[in-house]
Design a binder for this molecule. Structure first.
Ligand SMILES: *Cc1c(COP(=O)(O)O)cnc(C)c1O
Length: 432
């Protein structure tokens, strides 16, 4: 077998099992992130729920809690079997963060959470809120908006994080500035400007947009920078997904225990979203949940970092890759330092995906289940298919003693974005 680094450098698809994975209890014992921190994030989202319901009436039905459906997708499962000859055993489920309210992607978890956390900190310091028990709907008052308008929130983004920060920041009255990489889709920039955020565009990649945004923010005492490459706050917002998914699985009658393993596939860019979600699920299910990330063959930054052990010290350009991909949400050259450190201990493995598979996957889902998600989100499909049909997947199940349990397993494809894609752009993906 070719060394993993050669496979990556050649731009070929890689199936990689993490040799450093350890019992989750050991990862937790290292103490970087704790269950209490995730609980604190969950409590914060609950405090803000009445305000969210007020600002975004589409969330009122769920009391201002922004959560997406979990849906069983048997027709997609049948299509996988007939088209790819890869039967995914057990139950196949789609976690539809593609349809999260407010900003239509997984970034509505971490991104919105970080804006709310910052708003809470400022409002408590500024006397707008008297304490955690206060009525957070006060934050929609003219007085609060005037207060927030003196503050700036900045972020570098390939698109979706900018949308979450920009939409929520602007809704609270912040001066929101989004620094966008060249990969970012035009419609995302247009939508943000329409919502009142400022969009700055850069010819370079995501790393460049982040660098510029950070430098501008640091020189301005009234500015706060959302640091996608390192933010613990973002991570904790994502991690709340663990308890939420647990409730949904229970409601669908899906058991997760030693006899019923859960496999979760999450597309990975810088790592915050899949890392936080994976960690949150590990807190719930420990070693009975198996978390896999998926990345495009030209920007497998997390896999490169983990497989070489260099983590955030290596970028895909160092391996001779372009970093360019149709999966715009995953076009990231260097992994998060925070997440590469944690994922090294809990990640089961990675499957990379060639861009040419993404639009066909997108049409597989739309054609079978009538659900539209964006190309980046479809990267997860390759993971579920490869786990059940590749030598690496088979070896993993053997090593973990899962082979006999696959018939009673469940597989979650984390659909990370898509509901805000405009009709004309959708038509292009569906008809290309
Ligand atoms: C951002 C994003 C991801 C990955 O999240 P990271 O935190 O960058 O790893 C996956 N899918 C979509 C659609 C995204 O926008």
């Amino acid at each position: 077998m070719a060394p993993i680094r050669d496979v990556l450098a050649a731009g070929r698809e890689a199936d990689w099992i993490n040799p450093h994975k350890k019992p989750f209890a050991e990862v937790l014992a290292e103490g970087g992130i704790t269950a209490d921190m995730v609980k604190d994030a969950s409590d914060r989202l609950a405090r803000f729920a009445p305000l969210i319901a007020l600002l975004f009436p589409e969330t009122a039905e769920k009391g201002g809690i922004i959560e997406s459906p979990l849906r069983e997708v048997p027709k997609l499962q049948a299509r996988f079997a007939e088209k790819y000859g890869a039967a995914v055993p057990g139950r196949l489920l789609l976690k539809m963060d593609s349809h999260l309210k407010v900003s239509g992607s997984v970034k509505a978890r971490g991104g919105i959470y970080e804006v709310l956390k910052h708003a809470e900190d400022l409002a408590l310091q500024g006397g707008i809120l008297s304490g955690y028990e206060d009525d957070y709907r006060k934050l929609a008052s003219p007085k609060a908006r005037t207060f927030f308008s003196r503050h700036k929130i900045q972020v570098g983004s390939t698109g979706n994080l900018g949308m979450s920060i920009g939409i929520m920041g602007a809704a609270l009255g912040f001066d929101a500035v989004v620094h966008m990489s060249a990969d970012a889709k035009q419609w995302k920039k247009d939508l943000l400007r329409q919502r009142g955020a400022t969009v700055k565009e850069y010819a370079g990649d995501y790393g460049e947009a982040v660098k510029q945004g950070r430098a501008l923010s640091e020189s301005d005492p009234m500015s706060y920078f959302v640091d996608d490459e390192n933010s613990r706050t973002l991570f904790l917002g994502y991690a709340v997904a663990g308890e939420r998914l647990t409730g949904q699985l229970t409601a669908l009658g899906v058991t997760v225990d030693e006899a019923h393993p859960l496999f979760v596939h999450v597309p990975c860019g810088v790592g915050g979203a899949p890392g936080g979600i994976g960690f949150g699920l590990k807190l719930q299910y420990g070693d009975n949940v198996h978390v896999f990330f998926e990345e495009p063959v030209q920007s497998p930054c997390m896999l490169l970092g983990l497989a070489t052990g260099l983590k955030e010290k290596i970028c895909v350009q160092d391996a001779g890759l372009s970093g360019k991909t149709a999966a715009d949400g995953l076009a990231v050259g260097r992994p998060s330092a925070l997440v590469s450190g944690l994922a090294d201990g809990f990640l089961s493995g990675e499957f990379t995906v060639d861009d040419s598979r993404l639009d066909p996957y997108l049409r597989d889902l739309y054609g079978s289940e009538g659900i539209f998600i964006e190309p980046s989100a479809c990267a997860a499909f390759r993971g579920a298919l490869a786990l059940c049909s590749s030598a690496a997947g088979e070896a993993y199940c053997q090593k973990e003693g899962l082979t006999d349990k696959l018939a009673s397993s469940a597989h979650v494809l984390w659909a990370t974005g898509g509901s805000m894609v405009p009709e004309a752009v959708r038509a292009e993906y569906l008809n290309s």
